[in-house]
Design a protein around this ligand. Structure first.
Ligand code: IPM
Ligand code: MG
Length: 356
């Protein structure tokens, strides 16, 4: 089994190093190959997604991704910015189904900014469509405004769109995921304003006929944002488009105390996937050995389960993470009085030690 390791920028290399150590400690024989991506790709080859990196990702059975982005690349033209690496990988690998679970570990109930009773026991799954919507719709750009009160001025524009097949396939993924959980699916849209999302909603209702055992409800995205912080435990599985999913998943992440805890999986139709923490490259704390590696370690666990067919190994990692939290070990982002503050590398080593 071949794993492409793409550490990227900022804290990416530090957290990926810890996840690789955990993988190496499992006693399986993985073939791992590392390649630069994001700003690191730009430095090495003049492009955020170098051809050799893309080739490796296409060949591998799974991709473990750190994070990309740093301030110094913000001035580059869009096509060369680090974010293009992750967007390009999603597109080229057809990773249309993004799983972002938000689970609150009981030990971290105090780390959430919400009251413990609102979040304790939280276990929700956001399924975000990842290769369509306004992120990839054409045309886009800056043009001369064709009419209206601003006629003749420059205007920026993007295209929000979803093809029927795109909505159907993410709907099936979501219903099937809900079926394995509490069988409640909430489709988040903006059907009251947007044609694209009225269409989305209609397709969801149609696909639902194949899953009578799952309850489907619909929520406008603004209300969903409110409900996520008001009563997040009411949700089981949320399915939504690319942009709404981007926004809601950050909000959901914070319910759990730290975005440093949340893994993610981005899958194609055959369960090949890219696994990355839900957080970014955090350039402000890069190189300080204080970042939380648990989201990346848990992403590696998702990789074992979804792409590599090793669910018992995934569980070993997840149990080891629970164990280190139970031991009171905390990186600074989740630190509370009475716990032991540890570094990135100490946390990684503790997870390795806690593997049983
Ligand atoms: C995410 C990120 C990306 C996105 C950025 C880095 C392009 O915010 O994975 O949520 O918007 O999808
Ligand atoms: Mg995001």
């Amino acid at each position: 089994m071949k794993i492409a390791i793409l550490p990227g920028d900022g804290i990416g290399p530090e957290i990926v190093t810890e996840a690789v150590q955990v993988l190496n400690a499992l006693g399986e024989s993985f073939e791992m190959e590392t390649a630069p991506v994001g700003g690191a790709g730009y430095e090495a080859y003049g492009h955020p997604l170098p051809e050799s990196t893309l080739k490796l990702a296409l060949q591998a059975d799974a991709v473990l991704f750190g994070a990309v982005g740093a301030w110094k690349y913000d001035q580059l033209e869009r096509a060369l910015r680090p974010e293009q690496a992750i967007l390009g990988l999603r597109k080229h690998l057809n990773l249309f189904a993004n799983f972002r679970p938000a689970i609150l570990y009981p030990e971290l109930a105090g780390a959430s900014s919400l009251k413990p009773e609102v979040v304790s026991g939280l276990d929700l799954l956001i399924i975000r469509e990842l290769t369509g919507d306004i992120y990839f719709g054409q045309p886009r750009g800056v043009r001369e405004c064709p009419d209206g009160p601003f006629k003749g001025q420059r205007e920026g524009f993007d295209t929000m769109r979803y093809a029927e097949g795109e909505v159907r396939r993410i709907a099936h993924v979501a219903f099937q995921a809900a079926r394995k959980r509490d069988k409640r699916l909430t489709s988040v849209d903006k059907a009251n304003v947007l044609e694209t999302f009225q269409f989305w909603k209609d397709i969801m209702i149609d696909v639902h006929r194949e899953y009578p055992d799952v309850t489907l409800d619909h929520m406008y995205v603004d209300n969903a944002a409110m409900q996520l912080v008001r009563a997040p435990k009411k949700f089981d599985v949320i399915v939504t488009g690319n942009m709404f999913g981007d926004i809601l998943s950050d909000a959901a992440a914070m319910l759990t105390g730290s975005i440093g805890m949340l893994p993610s999986a981005s899958l194609d139709a055959n369960n090949k996937g890219l696994y990355e923490p839900s957080h970014g490259s955090a350039p402000d704390i890069a190189g300080k050995n204080i970042a939380n590696p648990l989201a990346t370690i848990l992403s590696a666990a998702m990789m074992l389960r979804f792409s590599l067919g090793l669910p018992e190994q995934a569980e070993r990692i997840e149990n080891a993470v629970k164990s280190v939290l139970h031991q009171g070990l905390r990186t600074p982002d989740i630190f509370e009085d009475g716990c032991r503050k540890v570094s990135t590398s100490e946390m990684g080593a503790a997870v390795v030690k806690a593997l049983v």
